[in-house]
Ligand binder design. Sequence first.
Ligand code: PMV
Length: 356
Amino acid sequence: MSTKSFVFDVPVEGHYQTQWQAPSNIALVKYWGKHGQQLPLNPSISFTLSQCVTQTAVNFSPRGGEEEAFDFLFDQKKQVEFHPKIQQFLERIKPFFPALEGYHLSISSHNSFPHSSGIASSAAAMAALALCVVDFEKQFHPDWSREDFLQKASFLARLGSGSAARSITGPLMVWGQSEAFPKSNDHFAIAPDVEWHPIFQDYQDTVLIVDKGKKKVSSTLGHGLMQGHPFAAQRFEQAHSHLEKLKSALTTGDLEHFIDLTEAEALTLHAMMMTSNPRFVLMQPNTLAILHKVVDYRSQTNRPLCFTLDAGANVHLLYPRQDRSPIMDFIQKELLIHCQQGQYIQDQVGNGSKKI
Ligand code: PMV
């Protein structure tokens, strides 16, 4: 696909202020491995969440000669640790919006979830920032449809953090070219025109905080591990096939297959990290204790509770809304003892970003 249509090279003027909220997402088929400029080596699909969100306000003002490109407040405080990521984002989007260089961006962000909870917040953060930038650009495109707007937002968000491409709409987003989804591509994520089974509309995600610490393996290092990985080719083939099968489970509401594929993906992601060079074990004893208890609980009760994992020790528990009461009972009695300070976050599938 040519990315020419994403370039907006027209001088712009004036002040602009906007504010967007973008959600986090949890991948079912995992994106692990990238090439070029944040292009995925395999397609992925995720649930968009509704409670874990970033709200970002940006004030665009013409930039004075010596002025910095941006200033940034997180929860009303200066946070220089985020500067390199924002700087990199602005550098990467420059070729697609050169006029932005003439602007100073005053950025102010807030997360609905604890910033140091071990939950990846970059997807929501980069999506919210990208949405603000695209909203600024939109004034100069009176012809843009909602779809054009969302595509450009996903395209720019991807340049900030790959998985951020999927934090734009919902309830499910696909990123990366896949035979199973005709309009899918590597440059931006799409919300496929598929009628998902209603059980997934408000599917629950209870995030168990096993480790609140910073990520042990940075995203860039992690994705890099797939270059030359001994199982890379098989893994990428498997992701394509899992995505196709998951599409069918998500449309028919076949929870048995949904669970089988979701857990296989989570463990494959970790298996890739355990077998790369260098290798990493990101699960902790408490992660494993939770996984075992979840599998036992499912076989004893027949309730459709399953797990998925990010590149870390925390566990996302996925289950239908209708089973919430007994499953929450089980989580409270059996699983919270494995969480750091008994912490967890209750979330559910949502429909995406909004202007606030
Ligand atoms: O967006 P990144 O570069 O932080 O990568 C995210 C990778 C996983 O969370 C492990 C999987 C995914 O698809 O979200």
